[in-house]
Design a binder for this molecule. Structure first.
Ligand SMILES: [Zn+2]
Length: 294
């Protein structure tokens, strides 16, 4: 058994064919279109190229809010797929069962099965990239709420802070995402494009500017993590996405403050593959209980 997994990143849209043990057999990617109809066309075209008789379904990780039960995209950021009937169109085009979920839920599914959360039943995950995504597993099941729980990028860390895309001020996404880091770099008058790895190296050597930038970046993230740990008591907190490793390292500059609420914070281990693997695994898992595609 195999399935196709789709990961819609801020830079690249990637589709992979994945086997039942979570191994990526083949994958294709293109630069992500900001236009929803074009992005849908990209997904279908890449999926057709990778489809085979052994593929039982297609899973799509969405950068935005999703009602996974109803297979509806509720909203999106850099590409908003809420208006393109993604599940219905993909099912009609490919004749395969389709599942939708947030990109962070898909990544957590992969990390639980194969990565840094293997063997855990209670995990919180934050994906740190252009924005901040969230996912949690409680007693082994993804946290769902009414439809779109775990939007941890929108935990308030500064009530008087900058307005977030969600409409509220001071969400951790506004202070500790990659976008926020770039803003801090610009504010410190460092060259645009300064890499976080260079900041980490400079900070380790005692450079005060790099230390200040990284501390300002992760201190609100630490506050969000502390709140999540107090609320959900996870076995571990995973940091994934393009900046997950760097954020993990930078968090040493902002150690946890409360001895009451402690969980280890670790870097996710599947890197860029987490999204496509989790999406394909979700499609395979869901296929076993779903009705056949008409
Ligand atoms: Zn927000």
């Amino acid at each position: 058994m195999e399935a196709l997994g789709v990961d819609i990143g801020g830079t690249n849209l990637r589709v992979a064919r994945v086997d039942a043990s979570g191994v990526v057999i083949a994958s294709l990617s293109e630069r992500t279109s900001r236009d929803p109809a074009t992005a849908l066309g990209q997904i279908l075209a890449l999926a057709r190229q990778l489809d085979s008789a052994s593929v039982v379904g297609l899973g799509v990780g969405i950068p935005g809010r999703v009602d996974a039960g109803a297979r509806r995209v509720l909203s999106g950021g850099f590409v908003d797929l809420s208006g393109v009937s993604l599940a219905e169109n993909a099912e009609a085009a490919l004749g395969k069962h389709v599942v939708l979920d947030t990109d962070c839920n898909m990544a957590l599914v992969a990390e639980l099965q194969l990565g840094a959360a293997r063997g855990c039943r209670n995990v919180v995950m934050l994906t740190i990239g252009t924005g901040i995504g969230g996912a949690a597993a409680l007693d082994g099941a993804l946290l769902r709420g009414r439809s779109s729980a775990a939007q941890f990028g929108h935990i308030t860390v500064d009530p008087g802070g900058d307005l977030c895309a969600c409409g509220r001020p001071g969400c951790v996404e506004t202070t500790s995402s990659g976008t926020a880091l770039n803003r801090l770099i610009a504010k410190a008058a460092l060259p645009p494009g300064t890499q976080v790895e260079a900041l980490l190296t400079s900070a380790a050597a005692g450079d005060p500017v790099a230390t200040r930038i990284l501390t300002d970046w992760v201190r609100p993230l630490r506050a969000a993590i502390d709140s999540l740990v107090a609320a959900l008591d996870p076995e571990r907190v995973l940091l994934g996405g393009g900046l997950g490793n760097a954020a993990c390292e930078a968090l040493r500059l902002a150690p946890p403050v409360s001895p009451w609420y402690q969980s280890p914070v670790v870097a996710a281990s599947l890197g860029n593959d987490a999204g496509v693997i989790g999406a394909a695994c979700s499609a395979m898992r869901d296929r076993q209980t779903a009705a056949p595609v008409p």
